[in-house]
Design a binder for this molecule. Structure first.
Ligand SMILES: Cc1ncc(COP(=O)(O)O)c(C=O)c1O
Length: 382
């Protein structure tokens, strides 16, 4: 048996998505910038995709810019807003994805901004009072805080943070890569200036994503070149990716309730079974708090053991694909920057299980039993 339980890293392409992509890899091969019929046919596919995504998110097509994925969309929003809007201060948290953290750290090192980190509690939740203090005591700021944490599944209340940002006239970017396609986003209700998506996190193709930019904000391009994406991103478009992205988002929204129920069922089954089969198991961040975390992510913390170092390897041998992540235990092992912030015991092993629509109860049971067996064997050999 095999179990792919690493859906926060990437998901399997939905065959319905592949079907709409194939013609753009074969007969519809024109360059969308060409004015002849070959180009025009592809241009209209791209614009249909843009319109569909905008419609789903309750935005206008002109507010959607296609990118090579989440990282580029985050970079464009952060670098573009700091450069163009003249922002001299940015606020983020230490548990953001590196697409955000490394970008802001780079700008800070280059002397372009002062960078502040908002306080987090031991669960990794953002201290909103501290956020207000940082906003009140600094010049106009960029706030970059993720909607769903890819390692521990914590969710941010976008509406509350949006209200706070509005109060202090801050520019609000949220890395929504892990929630896009899994939770609804209504851009008429949210006060985010930028949100992002990456198709491969919701059963679309890799290497394509988008940036939403709220009207009224004009930022500099990240990739300079031709006039594609209304001068915001030079380069011939990833046409099959864009069409696949739009289809994947359509399917994600069409089936969202059913997928959520299915995946939440798997996650709660795993939590229960782990609790009953492995003594001393616990869960990082809010990930075991159903209803208050990404339903796709469960960050499991396992008691100290001799098998910790070989855990992922053993799971891989058994055909179980997961992600690891340790807290910092030595000078050379930098571990997971997210788990390090939670100050968890470095002797415990951490496994991130992340679920998708194709997972089954049998896979969950197989993963839990394999893990429990590994711990049992170790207990016997001690
Ligand atoms: C929260 C978050 N942001 C950004 C990214 C980067 O997305 P991409 O791989 O499409 O560049 C990821 C992917 O792992 C992510 O989980």
């Amino acid at each position: 048996m095999k179990a792919y339980l690493d859906n926060a890293a990437t998901t399997q392409l939905d065959p319905e998505v592949l079907e709409v992509m194939l013609p753009l890899m074969t007969e519809q091969f024109g360059n969308p910038s060409s004015i002849h019929s070959y180009g025009r046919a592809v241009r209209s596919s791209i614009e249909r995709a843009r319109k569909s995504i905008a419609g789903i998110l309750n935005a206008a097509p002109a507010e959607i810019f296609f990118t090579s994925g989440g990282t580029e969309a985050d970079n464009t929003a952060i670098r573009g807003s700091i450069e163009t809007l003249g922002l001299k201060h940015a606020i983020t948290s230490r548990i953001e994805h590196h697409a955000v953290l490394h970008t802001l750290e780079h700008l800070s090192k280059a002397g372009m901004i002062k960078l502040s980190y908002v306080n987090l509690n031991e669960k990794g939740e953002v201290d909103l009072e501290h956020l207000e203090t940082l906003l009140a005591t600094n010049s106009r700021s960029l706030v970059s805080l993720m909607h769903g944490n890819n390692e521990i599944g914590n969710l941010l209340d976008l509406e509350t943070v949006g209200d706070i940002c509005e109060k202090y006239n801050a520019v609000f970017h949220s890395d929504t890569v892990q929630t896009m396609g899994h939770f609804p986003h209504d851009l008429q209700k949210l006060k985010t200036n930028f949100i992002v998506g990456a198709a491969h996190k919701f059963n679309g193709p890799k290497g394509v994503g988008f940036l939403y930019v709220r009207p009224g904000i004009k930022i500099a391009p990240f990739v300079h070149g031709g006039a594609q994406e209304r001068n915001m991103r030079g380069g011939t478009e990833n046409i099959y990716g864009i069409v696949g992205l739009a289809k994947a988002l359509e399917i994600a929204y069409r089936d969202m309730d059913a997928h959520r129920r299915h995946i939440e069922g798997l996650k709660s089954r795993m939590i229960e079974n782990l609790r009953s089969k492995i003594e001393g198991v616990s869960f990082n961040g809010n990930s075991a708090d159903l209803g208050n975390s990404l339903y796709t992510v469960l960050s499991v913390s396992l008691p100290p053991s001799d098998i910790s170092d070989m855990l992922l390897f053993n799971l891989d041998i058994a055909g179980i694909a997961v992600s690891g992540g340790s807290a910092c235990s030595s000078g050379t092992d930098i571990g997971s920057h997210v788990l390090n912030e939670l100050q968890i015991d470095p002797d415990r092993a951490n496994v991130r299980f992340s679920f998708g629509k194709y997972n089954t109860e049998a896979e969950i049971d197989y993963a839990v039993n394999t893990l429990a067996d590994l711990y049992k064997k170790e207990a016997v050999s001690l």
